[in-house]
Design a protein around this ligand. Structure first.
Ligand code: FCB
Length: 443
């Protein structure tokens, strides 16, 4: 198989290869074994919020098929599996009682991974806040930070000696901005003040969770997952250049500056600062054992009317996101310049394609090319001195893609939602071959 310009041997022997998923997107079993409601149950069951009225009620039925699903992960030859814990499954109301059946599910999942030689990488929050906490203000309520720190400590004590890493939040930008400013994600609000307060509390709860887990003696490396992109102006016109700097401020710096520099950035589109208490930045800026980066595309800013579109030399995904692998290298080199970084994992990177399953095969050449070119981009960043230790493809499966329901397919593995049949796409075979060759060359 042609692996183009990137060779498996470019990566060091201990480089971690993985695939990623999240709880609400694959588990289903929304009402089973004592699971509480999450804001995504409420949102997806609200007419008009999710394309085609899709919900995560069944999703990939992973709650029941987890064992065969782990066989698929192992069959890909990867080292690691990134998954998230559904807070309402383990603590239905977000405080108070713990749900043993929910906890057992993650115990079994982790134990089985360890038996199979797969490293479990857990994320505590991939957007499924217990609805009971939203009912008292959700992330806009400062008390939710303590609820999250308690949850983190409990899960840290429970799993922290067995998992390979624990990330607090996945993509706080999405929770804050898509959920509370753009109204596209649960809880579906459109309010800048609320959104920025939510972002602040996500960051604070992250820092409080790290402190709580460390105080409890959790041994697993602890970190956070941020979605980041470089921002490019459509022209050298000062308005476009300034717009790109503000967009980078909103998307990247609003989260990374508080964590690494102890303040919010000055260059931004936002018109206000959230309410912060004394010591908040000290609590937010806890040392990280690792930083997870999710990268999909670049940000493109044009102030012209109509706006100048991104040139898209490598095409676009089925999300209409421009494929731009060199942006990943640029981003990593940029954050390495701006911050004192811990080791980095690419915790998500992937492409939605309009896949067709025909005669048992999905010929997704575009996804393979996306994967190949982004691995080359990771290699280029590593050669530039960035300490990237691993790569997780998003996603293992086609799954519930939030407000777009089951319409967008990101998986290496195709899922037929009527039968729950899983089929490895061509890209999965390519990734497996690449990883296996890497193992060969690393012996
Ligand atoms: C990321 C999310 C993930 C998935 C991909 C496509 O923003 O973390 O759940 O939706 O995008």
């Amino acid at each position: 198989m042609n692996q183009g310009t990137i060779k498996p041997a470019a990566f060091p022997p201990d480089f971690v290869w993985g695939v990623a998923t999240s709880a609400y997107q694959i588990e289903g079993a929304a009402k089973e074994d004592g699971r509480g409601l999450s804001i995504w149950d409420t949102f997806s069951h609200t007419p008009g919020k999710v394309l085609n009225g899709d919900t995560g009620d069944v999703a990939c039925d992973h709650y029941h098929r987890w064992a065969e699903d782990l066989d698929i992960v192992a069959g890909l030859g990867v080292d690691a599996y990134r998954f998230s814990i559904a807070w309402p499954r383990v603590q239905p109301a977000g405080q108070g009682d713990w749900n043993e059946k929910g906890l057992d599910f993650y115990d079994r999942l982790v134990d089985r991974m360890l038996e199979m030689g797969l490293a479990p990488h857990a994320t505590l929050y991939h957007w499924d806040l217990p609805q009971a906490l939203q009912d008292v203000g959700g992330w806009a309520n400062r008390d939710t930070c303590q609820r999250f720190a308690d949850y983190a400590e409990y899960m840290g004590r429970r799993l922290g000696d067995r998992v390979a890493s624990i990330a607090t939040h996945n993509e706080p930008w999405c929770t804050a901005i898509k959920g509370n400013l753009l109204g596209e994600f649960a809880p579906g609000l459109r309010d800048e003040g609320v959104a920025l307060q939510v972002a602040h509390h996500l960051l604070l709860s992250h820092g409080m969770a790290l402190q709580a887990m460390r105080a409890a003696g959790v041994r697993a490396p602890l970190g956070i997952v941020l979605n980041q992109s470089p921002a490019h102006p459509a022209s050298n016109a000062p308005e476009d250049v300034a717009a790109a700097a503000r967009a980078y401020g909103d998307f990247v710096r609003w989260y990374a500056d508080p964590i690494f520099l102890g303040r919010y950035p000055a260059i931004t589109n936002y018109t206000r600062l959230p309410e912060a208490h004394e010591n908040d930045f000290k609590n937010i800026g806890q040392p990280l054992d690792f930083l997870g980066i999710n990268y999909y595309t670049r940000i493109w800013t044009s102030t012209a009317q109509p706006p100048v579109p991104a040139p898209g030399p490598h095409g676009y995904s089925d999300m209409d996101w421009e494929t731009y692998p060199e942006g990943l290298t640029e981003l990593l080199l940029g954050i390495q310049r701006d911050y004192d970084l811990p080791p980095i994992y690419i915790t998500e990177n992937g492409m939605a394609c309009a896949d067709v399953l025909a005669n048992g095969r999905v010929a997704d050449a575009d996804r393979t090319e996306y994967l190949r070119s982004h691995l080359a981009a990771v290699d280029a960043a590593r050669r530039g001195g960035v300490d990237v230790r691993g790569y997780f493809y998003w996603s293992l499966f086609d799954n519930f893609e939030w407000e777009l329901g089951y319409d967008k397919r990101f998986g290496l593995v195709h899922v037929d939602y009527a039968t729950q049949q899983r089929t490895l796409k061509d890209s999965a075979h390519w990734y497996r071959d690449f990883v296996l060759q890497h193992k060969e060359t690393s012996k």
